[in-house]
Design a protein around this ligand. Sequence first.
Ligand SMILES: Nc1ncnc2c1ncn2[C@@H]1O[C@H](COP(=O)(O)OP(=O)(O)OP(=O)(O)O)[C@@H](O)[C@H]1O
Ligand SMILES: [Mg+2]
Length: 546
Amino acid sequence: MTQSATEPTQPDQPQRGASPGARSQQNDMSAREPILATSGVSKTFPGVKALQRVDFRLFPGEVHTLMGQNGAGKSTLINVLTGVLAPDAGTIRLGGEVVAFASPQEAEAAGVRTLYQEVNLCPNLSVAENIFAGRQPRRFGAIDWPDIKRRAQEALARLDVSLDVTRSLDAYPIAVQQMVAIARALSVDARVLILDEPTSSLDDSEVAQLFKILRHLKRSGIAILFVTHFIEQTYAISDRITVMRNGEREGEYLARDLSADQLVAKMVGHERMSARLREAAHEEQAADDLQEVAHDHPEEATATQPFIELRGVGRRGTLQPVDLEVHAGQILGLAGLLGSGRTETARLLFGADRADSGTILVEGRPVRLRTPHDAVRHGIGYCAEDRKKEGIVAELSIRENIMLALQARRGWWRKISRQRARELADMWIERLGIKASDAEQPIALLSGGNQQKALLARWLATDPKLLILDEPTRGIDVAAKFDIMDRLLALCANGLSILFISSEISEVLRVSHRVAVLRDRRKIAEVAGKASNEDNIYRLIAGSGE
Ligand SMILES: Nc1ncnc2c1ncn2[C@@H]1O[C@H](COP(=O)(O)OP(=O)(O)OP(=O)(O)O)[C@@H](O)[C@H]1O
Ligand SMILES: [Mg+2]
Protein backbone atom coordinates (compact mmCIF):
# COMPACT_ATOMS: atom_id res chain seq x y z
CA MET A 1 0.00 0.00 0.00
CA THR A 2 1.35 3.38 -0.85
CA GLN A 3 0.07 6.71 0.24
CA SER A 4 1.58 8.98 -2.26
CA ALA A 5 -1.73 10.42 -3.27
CA THR A 6 -2.49 11.86 0.16
CA GLU A 7 -2.61 15.63 0.36
CA PRO A 8 0.39 16.95 2.23
CA THR A 9 -1.71 18.86 4.69
CA GLN A 10 -3.72 15.77 5.59
CA PRO A 11 -2.63 13.26 8.13
CA ASP A 12 -1.66 9.87 6.78
CA GLN A 13 -4.16 7.12 6.56
CA PRO A 14 -3.45 4.58 9.25
CA GLN A 15 -1.05 1.88 8.10
CA ARG A 16 -1.89 -1.74 7.69
CA GLY A 17 -2.43 -2.79 11.30
CA ALA A 18 -3.05 0.81 12.35
CA SER A 19 -0.79 1.95 15.13
CA PRO A 20 -1.62 4.40 17.92
CA GLY A 21 0.82 6.65 16.08
CA ALA A 22 -1.84 7.74 13.62
CA ARG A 23 -3.56 9.76 16.30
CA SER A 24 -0.46 11.43 17.70
CA GLN A 25 0.64 12.32 14.18
CA GLN A 26 -2.64 14.03 13.64
CA ASN A 27 -2.33 16.10 16.80
CA ASP A 28 1.23 16.94 16.06
CA MET A 29 0.43 18.17 12.58
CA SER A 30 -2.58 20.33 12.99
CA ALA A 31 -0.51 22.86 14.92
CA ARG A 32 1.90 24.04 12.20
CA GLU A 33 2.28 24.64 8.51
CA PRO A 34 5.14 22.96 6.70
CA ILE A 35 7.96 25.24 5.64
CA LEU A 36 8.78 23.06 2.63
CA ALA A 37 6.37 20.70 0.92
CA THR A 38 5.87 18.84 -2.32
CA SER A 39 2.65 17.61 -3.72
CA GLY A 40 2.37 15.02 -6.45
CA VAL A 41 5.98 15.43 -7.55
CA SER A 42 7.13 13.04 -10.27
CA LYS A 43 10.43 12.63 -12.06
CA THR A 44 11.22 10.08 -14.72
CA PHE A 45 14.61 9.27 -16.19
CA PRO A 46 14.99 7.03 -19.21
CA GLY A 47 13.93 3.62 -17.91
CA VAL A 48 13.43 4.75 -14.28
CA LYS A 49 10.51 6.30 -12.48
CA ALA A 50 12.66 7.97 -9.85
CA LEU A 51 9.76 9.80 -8.18
CA GLN A 52 6.10 9.00 -8.51
CA ARG A 53 3.57 11.52 -7.24
CA VAL A 54 5.48 12.15 -4.05
CA ASP A 55 3.97 14.20 -1.26
CA PHE A 56 6.44 15.31 1.30
CA ARG A 57 6.46 17.92 4.01
CA LEU A 58 9.02 19.38 6.33
CA PHE A 59 8.10 21.40 9.40
CA PRO A 60 10.08 24.17 11.07
CA GLY A 61 12.07 23.05 14.07
CA GLU A 62 12.09 19.36 13.20
CA VAL A 63 14.62 16.86 11.98
CA HIS A 64 12.92 14.83 9.30
CA THR A 65 14.80 11.81 7.98
CA LEU A 66 14.32 10.28 4.56
CA MET A 67 14.90 6.56 4.60
CA GLY A 68 14.85 4.09 1.75
CA GLN A 69 16.96 1.54 -0.07
CA ASN A 70 19.60 2.51 -2.60
CA GLY A 71 17.87 3.98 -5.61
CA ALA A 72 14.60 4.63 -3.77
CA GLY A 73 14.58 8.27 -4.88
CA LYS A 74 15.88 10.17 -1.85
CA SER A 75 18.56 12.20 -3.61
CA THR A 76 16.26 12.82 -6.54
CA LEU A 77 13.64 14.29 -4.21
CA ILE A 78 16.29 16.56 -2.73
CA ASN A 79 17.48 17.57 -6.20
CA VAL A 80 13.94 18.47 -7.15
CA LEU A 81 13.45 20.46 -3.95
CA THR A 82 16.61 22.46 -4.46
CA GLY A 83 16.44 23.33 -8.13
CA VAL A 84 19.04 20.84 -9.38
CA LEU A 85 16.33 19.01 -11.32
CA ALA A 86 12.98 20.22 -12.59
CA PRO A 87 10.12 17.87 -11.72
CA ASP A 88 8.01 16.46 -14.56
CA ALA A 89 4.87 17.09 -12.54
CA GLY A 90 3.76 18.36 -9.17
CA THR A 91 4.36 21.45 -7.11
CA ILE A 92 6.80 22.58 -4.45
CA ARG A 93 5.92 25.08 -1.77
CA LEU A 94 8.28 27.06 0.42
CA GLY A 95 6.57 28.86 3.28
CA GLY A 96 3.24 28.26 1.58
CA GLU A 97 4.24 29.87 -1.75
CA VAL A 98 4.65 27.80 -4.88
CA VAL A 99 8.29 27.89 -5.98
CA ALA A 100 10.23 26.52 -8.93
CA PHE A 101 13.92 27.04 -8.34
CA ALA A 102 15.89 27.10 -11.54
CA SER A 103 19.17 26.38 -9.77
CA PRO A 104 20.59 25.47 -6.35
CA GLN A 105 21.78 29.08 -6.09
CA GLU A 106 18.19 30.28 -6.29
CA ALA A 107 17.20 27.83 -3.58
CA GLU A 108 20.08 29.05 -1.42
CA ALA A 109 19.04 32.62 -1.88
CA ALA A 110 15.59 31.64 -0.61
CA GLY A 111 17.15 30.12 2.52
CA VAL A 112 17.37 26.46 1.51
CA ARG A 113 20.90 25.24 2.19
CA THR A 114 21.96 21.84 0.96
CA LEU A 115 24.81 19.45 1.44
CA TYR A 116 24.57 17.08 -1.52
CA GLN A 117 25.41 13.40 -1.33
CA GLU A 118 28.46 13.56 -3.54
CA VAL A 119 30.43 16.30 -1.84
CA ASN A 120 31.24 18.77 -4.58
CA LEU A 121 33.94 20.94 -3.20
CA CYS A 122 37.03 22.06 -5.06
CA PRO A 123 39.88 19.83 -3.93
CA ASN A 124 42.61 22.19 -5.09
CA LEU A 125 41.25 25.30 -3.38
CA SER A 126 42.01 26.02 0.26
CA VAL A 127 39.68 24.91 3.04
CA ALA A 128 38.70 28.54 3.68
CA GLU A 129 37.89 29.15 0.01
CA ASN A 130 35.78 26.03 -0.04
CA ILE A 131 33.74 27.18 2.93
CA PHE A 132 33.10 30.59 1.43
CA ALA A 133 33.42 29.93 -2.31
CA GLY A 134 31.00 32.08 -4.22
CA ARG A 135 30.16 34.28 -1.27
CA GLN A 136 33.44 35.68 -0.01
CA PRO A 137 33.17 38.56 2.43
CA ARG A 138 34.36 41.72 0.69
CA ARG A 139 35.79 44.95 2.00
CA PHE A 140 35.79 47.97 -0.26
CA GLY A 141 35.08 45.67 -3.19
CA ALA A 142 38.13 43.49 -2.59
CA ILE A 143 38.11 40.01 -1.12
CA ASP A 144 38.95 40.27 2.55
CA TRP A 145 41.30 37.28 3.09
CA PRO A 146 42.03 37.70 6.79
CA ASP A 147 38.29 37.88 7.39
CA ILE A 148 37.64 34.75 5.31
CA LYS A 149 40.30 32.88 7.20
CA ARG A 150 38.92 33.90 10.57
CA ARG A 151 35.36 33.07 9.63
CA ALA A 152 36.35 29.71 8.17
CA GLN A 153 38.12 28.87 11.41
CA GLU A 154 35.04 29.88 13.35
CA ALA A 155 32.76 27.80 11.14
CA LEU A 156 34.95 24.75 11.74
CA ALA A 157 35.34 25.46 15.44
CA ARG A 158 31.59 25.05 15.83
CA LEU A 159 32.14 21.48 14.66
CA ASP A 160 35.07 21.06 17.03
CA VAL A 161 37.44 20.82 14.10
CA SER A 162 40.60 22.82 13.94
CA LEU A 163 42.73 22.73 10.85
CA ASP A 164 44.94 24.93 8.78
CA VAL A 165 42.28 26.58 6.62
CA THR A 166 44.88 27.89 4.18
CA ARG A 167 45.93 24.38 3.10
CA SER A 168 44.31 22.92 0.06
CA LEU A 169 41.34 20.68 0.72
CA ASP A 170 42.82 17.57 -0.85
CA ALA A 171 45.56 17.56 1.77
CA TYR A 172 42.94 16.18 4.15
CA PRO A 173 41.25 12.77 4.33
CA ILE A 174 37.74 12.33 3.10
CA ALA A 175 36.05 12.55 6.51
CA VAL A 176 37.67 15.92 7.12
CA GLN A 177 36.54 17.06 3.68
CA GLN A 178 33.06 16.06 4.66
CA MET A 179 33.30 18.17 7.82
CA VAL A 180 34.37 21.10 5.64
CA ALA A 181 31.33 20.58 3.45
CA ILE A 182 29.12 20.54 6.53
CA ALA A 183 30.78 23.71 7.83
CA ARG A 184 30.01 25.30 4.48
CA ALA A 185 26.36 24.29 4.66
CA LEU A 186 26.09 25.60 8.21
CA SER A 187 27.95 28.84 7.63
CA VAL A 188 24.98 30.97 6.62
CA ASP A 189 21.57 31.50 8.05
CA ALA A 190 19.05 29.18 6.55
CA ARG A 191 15.39 28.36 7.00
CA VAL A 192 15.87 24.86 5.70
CA LEU A 193 18.96 22.74 5.94
CA ILE A 194 19.19 19.61 3.80
CA LEU A 195 21.88 17.02 4.44
CA ASP A 196 22.15 14.02 2.10
CA GLU A 197 24.20 11.33 3.89
CA PRO A 198 26.51 13.76 5.67
CA THR A 199 27.72 11.14 8.13
CA SER A 200 28.75 8.35 5.78
CA SER A 201 32.45 8.73 6.52
CA LEU A 202 32.39 10.35 9.93
CA ASP A 203 33.37 8.53 13.10
CA ASP A 204 31.22 8.40 16.22
CA SER A 205 32.56 11.52 17.87
CA GLU A 206 32.19 13.55 14.69
CA VAL A 207 28.62 12.37 14.30
CA ALA A 208 27.92 13.32 17.91
CA GLN A 209 29.31 16.79 17.28
CA LEU A 210 27.23 17.25 14.14
CA PHE A 211 24.08 16.11 15.95
CA LYS A 212 24.73 18.56 18.76
CA ILE A 213 24.74 21.34 16.21
CA LEU A 214 21.66 20.04 14.43
CA ARG A 215 19.75 19.98 17.74
CA HIS A 216 20.81 23.53 18.37
CA LEU A 217 19.69 24.64 14.90
CA LYS A 218 16.43 22.79 15.36
CA ARG A 219 15.69 24.65 18.57
CA SER A 220 16.17 27.90 16.71
CA GLY A 221 13.36 26.84 14.36
CA ILE A 222 15.34 25.65 11.36
CA ALA A 223 13.82 22.73 9.47
CA ILE A 224 16.29 19.94 8.83
CA LEU A 225 15.96 17.28 6.19
CA PHE A 226 18.39 14.46 6.76
CA VAL A 227 19.27 11.35 4.79
CA THR A 228 21.13 8.42 6.26
CA HIS A 229 21.35 4.65 6.05
CA PHE A 230 22.32 4.33 9.71
CA ILE A 231 19.29 3.24 11.69
CA GLU A 232 20.89 4.11 14.97
CA GLN A 233 21.50 7.68 13.79
CA THR A 234 17.98 7.96 12.47
CA TYR A 235 16.58 7.26 15.90
CA ALA A 236 19.13 9.42 17.66
CA ILE A 237 18.17 12.57 15.76
CA SER A 238 14.80 12.29 14.01
CA ASP A 239 11.43 13.63 14.96
CA ARG A 240 9.81 12.38 11.79
CA ILE A 241 10.65 9.77 9.19
CA THR A 242 9.48 9.52 5.61
CA VAL A 243 10.07 6.15 4.00
CA MET A 244 10.66 6.02 0.24
CA ARG A 245 10.34 2.84 -1.77
CA ASN A 246 10.83 2.51 -5.53
CA GLY A 247 10.26 6.19 -6.14
CA GLU A 248 7.10 6.34 -4.08
CA ARG A 249 6.48 7.70 -0.66
CA GLU A 250 5.67 4.64 1.38
CA GLY A 251 4.56 6.67 4.36
CA GLU A 252 5.34 9.35 6.91
CA TYR A 253 5.75 8.54 10.58
CA LEU A 254 6.74 10.06 13.87
CA ALA A 255 10.03 8.43 14.80
CA ARG A 256 8.73 7.49 18.23
CA ASP A 257 5.84 5.55 16.69
CA LEU A 258 7.94 3.42 14.39
CA SER A 259 10.18 0.62 15.61
CA ALA A 260 13.40 -0.20 13.80
CA ASP A 261 12.10 -3.42 12.34
CA GLN A 262 8.87 -1.78 11.22
CA LEU A 263 11.03 0.83 9.54
CA VAL A 264 13.18 -1.72 7.73
CA ALA A 265 10.10 -3.70 6.75
CA LYS A 266 8.61 -0.59 5.16
CA MET A 267 11.85 0.16 3.33
CA VAL A 268 12.24 -3.26 1.78
CA GLY A 269 8.56 -4.22 1.54
CA HIS A 270 7.05 -6.54 4.13
CA GLU A 271 7.27 -9.55 1.88
CA ARG A 272 11.08 -9.26 1.70
CA MET A 273 11.64 -8.86 5.43
CA SER A 274 13.76 -11.84 6.40
CA ALA A 275 14.45 -12.95 9.95
CA ARG A 276 18.10 -12.09 9.39
CA LEU A 277 17.24 -8.52 8.45
CA ARG A 278 14.90 -8.12 11.37
CA GLU A 279 17.69 -9.21 13.66
CA ALA A 280 20.02 -6.77 11.94
CA ALA A 281 17.60 -3.88 12.41
CA HIS A 282 17.41 -4.61 16.13
CA GLU A 283 21.14 -4.86 16.36
CA GLU A 284 21.60 -1.47 14.66
CA GLN A 285 19.10 0.29 16.86
CA ALA A 286 20.36 -1.32 20.01
CA ALA A 287 24.03 -0.75 19.27
CA ASP A 288 24.24 2.12 21.72
CA ASP A 289 22.61 0.46 24.68
CA LEU A 290 24.56 -2.73 24.60
CA GLN A 291 27.36 -3.17 27.07
CA GLU A 292 28.83 -6.41 25.90
CA VAL A 293 27.61 -7.66 22.58
CA ALA A 294 27.63 -11.36 21.98
CA HIS A 295 28.45 -11.04 18.32
CA ASP A 296 28.09 -14.02 16.11
CA HIS A 297 31.29 -12.97 14.42
CA PRO A 298 33.20 -15.59 12.53
CA GLU A 299 35.05 -18.34 14.33
CA GLU A 300 38.34 -17.43 15.87
CA ALA A 301 41.35 -17.69 13.62
CA THR A 302 42.36 -21.26 13.10
CA ALA A 303 45.77 -22.23 11.86
CA THR A 304 45.65 -21.29 8.19
CA GLN A 305 48.49 -19.99 6.05
CA PRO A 306 48.85 -16.25 5.85
CA PHE A 307 48.12 -15.05 2.34
CA ILE A 308 50.06 -11.88 2.99
CA GLU A 309 52.46 -10.96 5.75
CA LEU A 310 53.91 -7.58 6.60
CA ARG A 311 57.07 -7.66 8.67
CA GLY A 312 58.10 -4.29 10.01
CA VAL A 313 56.55 -2.55 7.04
CA GLY A 314 56.27 1.19 7.42
CA ARG A 315 56.70 4.51 5.74
CA ARG A 316 58.25 7.53 7.34
CA GLY A 317 55.68 10.10 8.40
CA THR A 318 52.79 7.83 7.41
CA LEU A 319 52.91 4.56 9.31
CA GLN A 320 55.17 3.17 12.03
CA PRO A 321 56.56 -0.25 11.06
CA VAL A 322 53.85 -2.88 11.56
CA ASP A 323 53.61 -6.65 11.58
CA LEU A 324 50.37 -7.82 10.07
CA GLU A 325 49.07 -11.05 8.57
CA VAL A 326 45.95 -11.69 6.57
CA HIS A 327 45.21 -15.39 6.48
CA ALA A 328 43.80 -17.23 3.53
CA GLY A 329 40.04 -17.39 3.74
CA GLN A 330 39.81 -14.91 6.61
CA ILE A 331 38.84 -11.33 7.26
CA LEU A 332 41.21 -9.11 9.16
CA GLY A 333 39.48 -5.99 10.41
CA LEU A 334 41.30 -2.71 10.97
CA ALA A 335 39.85 -0.56 13.72
CA GLY A 336 40.99 2.89 14.69
CA LEU A 337 39.98 6.49 14.54
CA LEU A 338 40.30 8.67 11.54
CA GLY A 339 43.98 9.38 10.96
CA SER A 340 45.08 6.34 12.97
CA GLY A 341 46.73 4.82 9.91
CA ARG A 342 43.97 2.60 8.50
CA THR A 343 43.95 3.95 4.98
CA GLU A 344 47.74 4.36 5.07
CA THR A 345 48.11 0.64 5.80
CA ALA A 346 45.79 -0.19 2.93
CA ARG A 347 47.73 2.01 0.52
CA LEU A 348 51.05 0.36 1.42
CA LEU A 349 49.53 -3.07 0.87
CA PHE A 350 48.26 -2.03 -2.53
CA GLY A 351 51.45 -0.37 -3.67
CA ALA A 352 49.68 2.98 -3.89
CA ASP A 353 52.34 4.27 -1.49
CA ARG A 354 55.76 2.68 -1.25
CA ALA A 355 56.99 1.26 2.04
CA ASP A 356 60.45 2.42 3.08
CA SER A 357 61.07 -0.34 5.60
CA GLY A 358 60.27 -3.99 6.15
CA THR A 359 59.32 -6.97 4.03
CA ILE A 360 56.08 -8.04 2.42
CA LEU A 361 55.49 -11.73 1.77
CA VAL A 362 52.76 -13.10 -0.45
CA GLU A 363 52.09 -16.80 0.10
CA GLY A 364 55.41 -17.05 1.91
CA ARG A 365 57.52 -15.38 -0.80
CA PRO A 366 58.94 -11.87 -0.49
CA VAL A 367 57.47 -9.51 -3.06
CA ARG A 368 57.83 -5.89 -4.07
CA LEU A 369 54.65 -3.88 -4.21
CA ARG A 370 55.87 -0.67 -5.77
CA THR A 371 52.79 0.16 -7.77
CA PRO A 372 49.13 -0.85 -7.74
CA HIS A 373 49.91 -2.84 -10.86
CA ASP A 374 52.32 -5.04 -8.88
CA ALA A 375 49.63 -5.58 -6.28
CA VAL A 376 47.00 -6.48 -8.86
CA ARG A 377 49.37 -9.02 -10.43
CA HIS A 378 49.65 -10.70 -7.04
CA GLY A 379 45.89 -10.97 -6.81
CA ILE A 380 45.28 -7.96 -4.58
CA GLY A 381 42.30 -5.68 -5.10
CA TYR A 382 41.62 -2.35 -3.40
CA CYS A 383 38.21 -0.84 -3.12
CA ALA A 384 39.16 2.69 -2.07
CA GLU A 385 37.28 4.89 0.35
CA ASP A 386 36.87 7.86 -1.96
CA ARG A 387 34.65 6.54 -4.71
CA LYS A 388 34.76 9.78 -6.60
CA LYS A 389 38.49 10.36 -6.69
CA GLU A 390 39.91 6.85 -6.81
CA GLY A 391 36.87 4.91 -7.76
CA ILE A 392 34.26 5.38 -10.37
CA VAL A 393 34.95 6.85 -13.76
CA ALA A 394 31.87 8.98 -14.26
CA GLU A 395 31.90 9.04 -18.07
CA LEU A 396 32.22 5.29 -18.50
CA SER A 397 29.26 2.94 -18.46
CA ILE A 398 28.39 0.70 -15.55
CA ARG A 399 29.71 -2.26 -17.56
CA GLU A 400 33.00 -0.54 -18.35
CA ASN A 401 33.42 0.51 -14.73
CA ILE A 402 32.87 -3.04 -13.52
CA MET A 403 35.29 -4.46 -16.10
CA LEU A 404 38.05 -1.91 -15.49
CA ALA A 405 40.18 -3.80 -12.96
CA LEU A 406 39.87 -7.16 -14.69
CA GLN A 407 40.79 -5.63 -18.03
CA ALA A 408 43.76 -3.86 -16.47
CA ARG A 409 44.96 -7.10 -14.94
CA ARG A 410 44.77 -8.98 -18.25
CA GLY A 411 46.50 -6.13 -20.01
CA TRP A 412 44.77 -3.78 -22.41
CA TRP A 413 46.03 -5.66 -25.47
CA ARG A 414 44.02 -8.73 -24.47
CA LYS A 415 40.64 -7.11 -24.76
CA ILE A 416 37.76 -8.89 -23.05
CA SER A 417 35.06 -9.47 -25.66
CA ARG A 418 31.99 -7.30 -25.49
CA GLN A 419 29.83 -10.36 -25.10
CA ARG A 420 31.88 -11.68 -22.16
CA ALA A 421 32.04 -8.23 -20.56
CA ARG A 422 28.27 -7.93 -20.75
CA GLU A 423 27.77 -11.35 -19.20
CA LEU A 424 30.16 -10.63 -16.35
CA ALA A 425 28.74 -7.18 -15.68
CA ASP A 426 25.19 -8.49 -15.74
CA MET A 427 26.12 -11.25 -13.35
CA TRP A 428 27.56 -8.82 -10.81
CA ILE A 429 24.71 -6.35 -11.22
CA GLU A 430 22.38 -9.19 -10.38
CA ARG A 431 24.48 -10.64 -7.55
CA LEU A 432 24.98 -7.35 -5.73
CA GLY A 433 21.51 -6.09 -6.53
CA ILE A 434 22.71 -2.99 -8.38
CA LYS A 435 19.66 -0.99 -9.34
CA ALA A 436 20.29 0.05 -12.95
CA SER A 437 18.00 0.12 -15.90
CA ASP A 438 20.81 -0.81 -18.28
CA ALA A 439 24.47 -1.78 -17.87
CA GLU A 440 25.36 0.54 -20.75
CA GLN A 441 24.24 3.66 -18.85
CA PRO A 442 26.93 6.05 -17.63
CA ILE A 443 27.67 5.09 -14.02
CA ALA A 444 27.18 8.68 -12.89
CA LEU A 445 23.44 8.14 -13.31
CA LEU A 446 23.32 5.53 -10.57
CA SER A 447 22.36 6.46 -7.03
CA GLY A 448 25.25 6.84 -4.58
CA GLY A 449 24.84 3.44 -2.96
CA ASN A 450 24.57 1.71 -6.30
CA GLN A 451 27.81 3.33 -7.48
CA GLN A 452 29.46 1.94 -4.37
CA LYS A 453 28.17 -1.53 -5.19
CA ALA A 454 29.52 -1.25 -8.74
CA LEU A 455 32.93 -0.42 -7.30
CA LEU A 456 32.81 -3.55 -5.21
CA ALA A 457 31.73 -5.53 -8.27
CA ARG A 458 34.78 -4.23 -10.14
CA TRP A 459 37.11 -5.86 -7.67
CA LEU A 460 35.10 -9.01 -7.14
CA ALA A 461 35.10 -9.51 -10.90
CA THR A 462 38.90 -9.86 -10.84
CA ASP A 463 38.50 -12.90 -8.59
CA PRO A 464 41.13 -11.53 -6.19
CA LYS A 465 42.98 -13.48 -3.52
CA LEU A 466 43.09 -10.52 -1.17
CA LEU A 467 40.56 -7.75 -1.25
CA ILE A 468 41.21 -4.54 0.64
CA LEU A 469 37.92 -2.87 1.45
CA ASP A 470 38.13 0.69 2.78
CA GLU A 471 34.67 1.74 3.98
CA PRO A 472 33.04 -0.61 1.47
CA THR A 473 29.52 -0.13 2.73
CA ARG A 474 29.61 3.65 2.67
CA GLY A 475 26.17 4.73 1.53
CA ILE A 476 24.83 1.20 1.10
CA ASP A 477 21.39 0.60 2.58
CA VAL A 478 20.91 -1.72 5.57
CA ALA A 479 19.33 -4.55 3.66
CA ALA A 480 21.99 -4.54 0.95
CA LYS A 481 24.73 -4.18 3.55
CA PHE A 482 23.89 -7.43 5.30
CA ASP A 483 23.45 -9.12 1.98
CA ILE A 484 26.87 -7.99 0.78
CA MET A 485 28.62 -8.94 4.00
CA ASP A 486 27.09 -12.41 3.85
CA ARG A 487 28.26 -12.71 0.28
CA LEU A 488 31.80 -11.69 1.24
CA LEU A 489 31.86 -14.25 4.04
CA ALA A 490 30.79 -16.91 1.56
CA LEU A 491 33.66 -15.92 -0.74
CA CYS A 492 36.03 -16.23 2.21
CA ALA A 493 34.83 -19.74 2.76
CA ASN A 494 36.17 -20.34 -0.76
CA GLY A 495 39.58 -18.93 0.08
CA LEU A 496 39.31 -15.16 -0.41
CA SER A 497 41.16 -13.04 2.17
CA ILE A 498 39.87 -9.61 3.10
CA LEU A 499 41.32 -6.61 4.87
CA PHE A 500 38.26 -4.78 6.11
CA ILE A 501 38.32 -1.13 7.15
CA SER A 502 35.33 0.72 8.55
CA SER A 503 34.69 3.48 11.06
CA GLU A 504 31.79 1.41 12.35
CA ILE A 505 33.39 -0.79 14.97
CA SER A 506 30.26 -2.92 15.20
CA GLU A 507 30.51 -3.66 11.50
CA VAL A 508 34.21 -4.53 11.75
CA LEU A 509 33.44 -6.90 14.61
CA ARG A 510 30.54 -8.52 12.87
CA VAL A 511 32.60 -9.75 9.94
CA SER A 512 36.20 -10.05 11.09
CA HIS A 513 38.01 -13.16 12.23
CA ARG A 514 40.61 -10.97 13.87
CA VAL A 515 40.85 -7.22 14.43
CA ALA A 516 44.03 -5.16 14.42
CA VAL A 517 43.68 -1.93 16.36
CA LEU A 518 45.56 1.14 15.19
CA ARG A 519 46.28 4.32 17.05
CA ASP A 520 48.47 7.26 16.09
CA ARG A 521 49.73 5.53 12.97
CA ARG A 522 50.87 2.38 14.70
CA LYS A 523 49.38 -1.00 15.43
CA ILE A 524 48.75 -1.26 19.14
CA ALA A 525 46.93 -4.56 19.47
CA GLU A 526 45.35 -7.46 17.71
CA VAL A 527 42.31 -9.14 19.14
CA ALA A 528 40.31 -12.22 18.29
CA GLY A 529 37.48 -14.22 19.77
CA LYS A 530 36.17 -13.08 23.15
CA ALA A 531 38.50 -10.10 23.36
CA SER A 532 36.97 -8.59 20.25
CA ASN A 533 34.00 -6.86 21.81
CA GLU A 534 33.18 -3.21 21.28
CA ASP A 535 34.05 -2.09 24.77
CA ASN A 536 37.47 -3.60 24.59
CA ILE A 537 38.22 -2.11 21.20
CA TYR A 538 37.03 1.35 22.23
CA ARG A 539 39.28 1.12 25.27
CA LEU A 540 42.24 0.19 23.10
CA ILE A 541 41.52 3.00 20.67
CA ALA A 542 41.22 5.47 23.50
CA GLY A 543 44.54 4.28 24.90
CA SER A 544 43.22 2.87 28.16
CA GLY A 545 43.11 -0.79 27.15
CA GLU A 546 45.53 -3.59 27.80
N1 LIG B 1 20.41 11.85 -13.82
C1 LIG B 1 19.88 10.63 -13.83
N2 LIG B 1 19.67 9.96 -14.96
C2 LIG B 1 19.16 8.71 -14.98
N3 LIG B 1 18.79 8.05 -13.87
C3 LIG B 1 18.96 8.66 -12.69
C4 LIG B 1 19.52 9.97 -12.59
N4 LIG B 1 19.57 10.32 -11.29
C5 LIG B 1 19.06 9.28 -10.60
N5 LIG B 1 18.68 8.29 -11.44
C6 LIG B 1 18.05 7.02 -11.04
O1 LIG B 1 16.93 7.32 -10.23
C7 LIG B 1 16.79 6.37 -9.18
C8 LIG B 1 16.77 7.08 -7.85
O2 LIG B 1 18.06 7.56 -7.56
P1 LIG B 1 18.43 8.38 -6.26
O3 LIG B 1 19.80 8.90 -6.45
O4 LIG B 1 17.35 9.36 -5.97
O5 LIG B 1 18.41 7.23 -5.13
P2 LIG B 1 18.71 7.34 -3.57
O6 LIG B 1 17.47 6.97 -2.85
O7 LIG B 1 19.31 8.65 -3.24
O8 LIG B 1 19.76 6.14 -3.37
P3 LIG B 1 21.14 6.04 -2.51
O9 LIG B 1 20.73 5.59 -1.15
O10 LIG B 1 21.90 4.95 -3.19
O11 LIG B 1 21.82 7.34 -2.55
C9 LIG B 1 17.94 5.40 -9.35
O12 LIG B 1 17.46 4.27 -10.06
C10 LIG B 1 18.95 6.16 -10.19
O13 LIG B 1 19.73 5.30 -10.97
MG1 LIG C 1 21.20 9.23 -2.67
